[in-house]
Design a protein around this ligand. Structure first.
Ligand SMILES: Nc1ncnc2c1ncn2[C@@H]1O[C@H](COP(=O)(O)OP(=O)(O)OP(=O)(O)O)[C@@H](O)[C@H]1O
Length: 625
């Protein structure tokens, strides 16, 4: 956008910043090219549609095209892990050499120390290389998965977005993807190490002493299960504590939201005592958790050490009987610890694995959702003229048992202004939603410049219309960013013109940064009326051929509204206007007023015609005056 350069310069001046030195591009800045992102998006859609109930298959497909990196990661992980298997062997050899000294003992000790040191040293490098290779795969999956979800959310119908809480969608994009990344990490690292360690230990033990192998086969599962039994109460208390924390988190969020309401009604103490109940419960649960952690931690330690002593007793017995060497006693002791540790870790991460698999499924609520807005693009629209024709349109919301709109027929010429009036729930916003293409008619058709809307490229159409919604939506950015939202070529003069049209020039002049003033989140620093005017300016600057106002001036006082109307009337001569307003004086200048009741058109005519007719519109007007 033309203004961005200037804005950056302005920021630089304010901060007194020096020009930055060229620097190396970091991983986080290496963006996936958009075609690759699109290809990956298609892959994810395909995966989620064909493997709906198979999270493991979905998970495997995330690695598509990354096999080379995975092999590289595996190679470095094996090297990284190798000291764990080599050190006990070297230690065993050294102890054997030391306990049975002869002429070659010192050489054996030196050689084993050197080999062990070599394996230890390489760990630093291979650990780093494994992490780099693995992180690039996993972070890549994390990024492209979020990217695909964002793309899909932009495609899902407005009805879907109205029905699903935005908080749930946010949690899917952030928390669920995080769980999946964690799962990928766990699966690859923990499972890989588990399989490697167990295989190496089995092979070495089987070759050296089948008797010790049999002992491991019986005692290791027994040790793991006993330790697990003692851990169960700790896990349960942990879960209770976690769920209490989650409840409290929800309550804190609600309390923060309610602060203005509570303050306005003098209910601070009620809120404090409500929160105290939650906070006290956390204290109790936390205290119980600490006690049980300490108690069972100690019991667990005792069980583990006892089993180690059993293992030591058994291998020492074999050594006394001359079946194994003293060094091998140490070797098997280390392997025993490693086996018990590995199996326990695997069991402990099981909840994390099942949480991750749940998240893989939960992401499917977005990726596998079929409520996508249809865009047939059969007939090119070209330059929009603004003719709109509703022909016998019926509409029914999916969960509703009766039609919201019935037999709605209206022929609107280019440049005409139409006001929709009627009681709350009459169906006015539904007509506007149909016109924008947010919802399709159940029967009947809508023609835009004579073309059935279902055959249009809906994006091409929407680029030529503008909508001022009931609830003004601003984003954190400058006033300029908010007005020129999505437009690439806008001049300062054009922005200032629309600002003048909506009567915001006085306010902007008083701001030290003018149109470059940063708005807070959702434009919180502005009044309702100011926000609405920015929203109108955003629509006007697009020079649309059809403009839709849904209660767009409700937050303005009558004088401001009149000013906005006068200023925008010139511009609106060139475009078809659809307007919904509860304040009936607002629609006085509309070419035609369409009065609606229960989803049907009751009357159509100019303001004077309808007032003269003394019908439904006249009654509505009388109620307001
Ligand atoms: N997503 C939805 N699902 C089911 N019913 C809906 C949905 N949105 C609106 N309705 C129903 O459709 C009817 C028409 O709603 P609409 O919002 O079009 O009325 P309106 O005339 O614009 O009302 P208001 O002036 O209060 O904005 C109402 O009865 C409403 O309850």
């Amino acid at each position: 956008m033309l203004f961005h350069k200037k804005e950056k310069a302005l920021e630089g001046q304010l901060a007194g910043a020096k020009p930055e030195k060229p620097r190396k591009v970091r991983w986080s800045e290496r963006r996936e090219p958009s075609e690759a992102g699109l290809e990956r998006f298609q892959d994810y859609l395909q995966t989620y549609s064909t493997n709906k109930d198979h999270p493991i298959k979905i998970l495997c497909s995330f690695y598509k095209g990354k096999q080379k990196k995975l092999v590289e990661t595996g190679f470095f992980l094996i090297l990284q892990r190798s000291p764990i298997w080599i050190i006990p062997i070297a230690t065993s050899n050294i102890i054997n050499a030391a306990t049975n000294p002869d002429a070659g003992s010192l050489e054996i000790i030196l050689l084993n120390v050197m080999v062990a040191l070599l394996f230890i040293m390489q760990n630093a490098g291979t650990n780093y290389l494994a992490t780099v290779a693995f992180a690039s795969v996993n972070r890549g999956i994390e990024g492209s998965l979020r990217n695909a979800m964002v793309r899909k959310l932009q495609q899902l119908s407005i009805m879907f977005h109205k029905e699903v809480q935005s908080g749930r969608l946010q949690s899917k994009i952030m928390r669920d993807v995080e769980n999946v990344t964690e799962l990928l990490n766990q699966i690859f690292r923990t499972l890989f190490f588990f399989v490697l360690d167990i295989s190496v230990i089995i092979v070495i033990t089987l070759r050296k002493s089948p008797m010790v192998f049999l002992f491991f086969l019986v005692v290791v599962p027994f040790a793991v299960l006993t330790m697990r039994a003692f851990k169960k109460p700790v896990r349960e208390k942990n879960q209770e504590f976690r769920s209490e924390m989650e409840n409290t988190q929800g309550a804190v969020a609600e309390m923060l939201e309610m602060i203005p309401v509570a303050r306005a009604h003098g209910l601070q103490e009620v809120e404090i005592s409500k929160m105290n109940t939650y906070l006290n419960r956390i204290v109790d649960r936390g205290y119980n958790l600490d006690l049980i952690n300490a108690l069972f931690g100690a019991v667990n330690w005792v069980v583990f050490q006892s089993f180690q002593m059993i293992c030591l007793a058994f291998t020492a017995y074999l050594a006394v009987k001359g079946k194994i060497s003293v060094g091998e006693v140490v070797l098997y002791q280390t392997y025993f610890t490693s086996l018990v540790g590995q199996i326990s870790t695997l069991i402990n991460i099981y909840p994390q694995i099942s949480k991750g698999l749940e998240s893989v499924k939960s992401i499917g609520d977005i990726m596998g959702n079929s409520h996508v807005e249809e865009n047939n693009s059969i007939v090119p629209l070209g330059e929009l003229k603004g003719a709109v024709k509703f022909v016998n349109v019926d509409f029914k919301y999916p969960d509703s048992d009766k039609n919201t709109l019935s037999d709605f027929t209206l022929d609107v010429k280019p440049g005409e202004s139409i006001a929709l009036v009627g009681e709350s729930g009459a169906g006015k916003s539904t007509v506007l939603n149909l016109l924008i293409g947010f919802i399709p008619p159940v029967s009947g058709k809508i023609l835009i410049d004579g073309i059935n809307m279902v055959n249009l490229d809906i994006n091409e159409y929407r680029h030529q219309i503008a909508v001022v919604p009931q609830n003004t939506i601003l984003f954190s950015g400058t006033i300029l960013d908010n007005i020129a939202y999505g437009l690439e070529h806008v001049t300062e003069k054009e922005v200032m013109e629309v600002i003048k049209d909506v009567g915001l020039e006085d306010m902007i002049e008083k701001l030290p940064d003018g149109i470059y003033t940063q708005l807070g989140e959702h434009g919180d620093k502005l009044s309702g009326g100011q926000r609405q005017r920015i929203s109108i300016a955003r629509a006007l600057i697009r020079k649309p051929k059809i403009i839709v106002f849904d209660e767009a001036t409700s937050a303005l006082d009558s004088a401001s509204e009149k000013k906005v109307q006068e200023a925008t009337s010139n511009m609106m001569k060139n475009c078809t206007t659809f307007l919904v307003a509860h304040r009936l004086s607002t629609i006085r200048n509309a070419d035609r007023i369409v009065a609606m009741r229960d989803g049907k058109i009751v009357e159509v005519g100019s303001y004077d015609e309808l007032m003269e007719k003394k019908g439904y519109f006249y009654e509505l007007k009388a109620l307001q005056s």
